[in-house]
Design a protein around this ligand. Structure first.
Ligand SMILES: *Cc1c(COP(=O)(O)O)cnc(C)c1O
Length: 463
């Protein structure tokens, strides 16, 4: 019963700090943090005045749980079994070990970030990746910023501030996380001039829209949706020809932009920056952490005089990348010099090209352990479809295999949510998806099967 007496029985903070089970907590997390946890737990118990208040051992157990929760970092590794390989909310492309090591070195040591080792004078941070980017895309020049959204913003602000930007109505896209082409244009100080209709645009529409107020013409790769049916768009090379004739720069936002022809790896085609430049684009922007498989970054490649203007824009300083990003990007770009081994060395491509047989074999190996770990549910191997993600190739999927967990009995909606939540509570949280009344884990991106299997026994404990 909740009484003044039980309240008075609460041990003091000092007494709890001296409890033998609390000593290891102090050893691990420090006196300050443990003292804070004790105060919070004791305060909560005092308000609730529940039975635990009287029991010192129960109180100490609560304190240990509280300390453990406080010590847990907010940013944690997870298993991405959603079936979306480049999942924006789960960090997009995983980096190769070499790139991670390059990041570590750059993180703990001074480095020649903006320092020319030959002359001893000030250097340019873009130089650490520019030559590789030129080689890999055929561009005259290149620069790097925080992400592709920043790349688009910087290009527009540099070349079209207080000017018009003719863009096809069918390309006025929104990408998750509130990146909307019309809003970015607005913030870049440009006036959007919509061209054509949602489903059809012709070259003469652009010809009519280009005038003395035009800053650049922009084409946006509609990466996260497809318009099908009665549609018409124009070849980039035709639009490039028109822009050249009229003397306005032609910019293409590729979004994902793969540096290699994905068809040679058995994947659907995605336009490359080099073919887009060859087709006549003056500048191309694309992401570092989508199909490229590197760190978050925005790459701008194309004509040298335009890139030089972009680099002189004061906003470039606000949008520049840090040394860790540059270290990772340089390391990842270097892998592209050896395309034969790219699929085995670049995790994003390795996961995308993982053979179906491999994935299915993993599913078969995991079924028995999983069937033991989940109670009141059935586990089956299923065929499923992985998505590339990050807006790349939205309508094309890759055959994959996974495990489906179906709760026994009715009210499966709640039961399903509980299963998903139990997987999220594991030491390395497992993120799957709910589909067709089942909790589905696509095993394409399961890169560490033993670690996954080892924690399954904790599923029921965490319920
Ligand atoms: C993803 C994408 C962007 C935004 O790129 P981030 O690197 O996420 O900033 C811009 N445009 C297109 C077409 C995209 O697909």
């Amino acid at each position: 019963m909740a009484t003044e007496a039980s309240r008075r029985q609460l041990p003091s903070v000092d007494r709890l700090l001296r409890h033998p089970s609390v000593a290891p907590l102090i050893e691990r997390c420090g006196r300050t943090m443990v003292t804070e946890s004790i105060r919070e737990v004791v305060a909560a118990v005092r308000i609730a005045v529940d039975a635990a208040a009287a029991n010192e051992e129960a109180l100490v157990a609560r304190i240990a749980a509280h300390v453990a929760a406080q010590a847990q970092p907010s940013l944690r590794r997870v298993f991405n079994l959603t079936g979306t390989v480049l999942h924006t909310n789960l960090g997009r492309a995983p980096l190769p070990d070499d790139a991670a090591e390059a990041v570590r070195v750059a993180a703990v040591h001074p480095l020649n970030l903006e320092f020319d080792l030959d002359t001893g004078e000030r250097g340019d941070r873009d130089e650490h990746v520019e030559r590789l980017l030129r080689q890999l895309t055929g561009a005259e020049a290149a620069t790097v910023v925080n992400n592709n959204a920043a790349a688009v913003l910087l290009v527009l602000n540099t070349l079209a501030m207080r000017k018009e930007v003719p863009t096809s109505r069918g390309e006025l896209i929104e990408i998750g996380g509130s990146f909307r082409i019309p809003e970015i244009m607005n913030r870049a100080g440009c006036r959007l001039r919509e061209v054509g209709t949602t489903n059809r645009v012709h070259l003469h529409d652009y010809a009519d829209a280009i005038g003395p107020r035009t800053g650049v013409v922009m084409k946006v790769h509609t990466s996260n949706y497809a318009i099908v049916g009665f549609t018409s768009s124009i070849a980039e090379s035709d639009l490039a020809g028109l822009c050249r004739e009229r003397g306005v720069p032609f910019v293409v936002d590729l979004g994902s932009g793969s540096l290699v022809d994905l068809r040679s790896y058995g994947l659907p085609r995605e336009p490359t920056p080099s073919e887009t430049l060859r087709g006549g684009a003056d500048l191309v922007t694309f992401s570092g952490d989508k199909l490229l498989g590197g760190p978050q970054a925005g790459l701008i490649v194309g004509r040298a005089p335009l890139v030089a203007r972009i680099k002189r824009n004061p906003l470039k300083r606000a949008l520049r990348v840090d040394k860790l990003t540059l270290a990772a990007l340089a390391s990842v770009l270097a892998l592209y010099r050896d395309p034969d081994r790219l699929a085995s060395r670049l995790p994003a491509l390795r996961l995308l090209t993982r053979p179906l047989g491999d994935i299915r074999a993993a599913a078969e190996r995991l079924v028995p352990a999983l069937a033991v770990a989940v109670s009141n549910a059935t586990v089956t191997i299923i065929d499923c479809e992985s998505q590339i993600g990050s807006g790349a190739l939205p309508v094309k999927t890759i055959a994959s295999a996974g495990l489906a967990i179906r709760p026994a009995g009715r009210r499966s909606g709640r039961a399903l949510q509980q299963i998903a939540a139990a997987f999220r509570r594991l030491p390395i949280p497992v993120i799957g998806r709910i589909q067709d009344d089942a909790f589905v884990m696509d095993l394409r991106c399961l890169d560490d099967e033993p670690e996954f299997a080892a924690q399954l026994s904790q599923l029921s404990e965490s319920e």
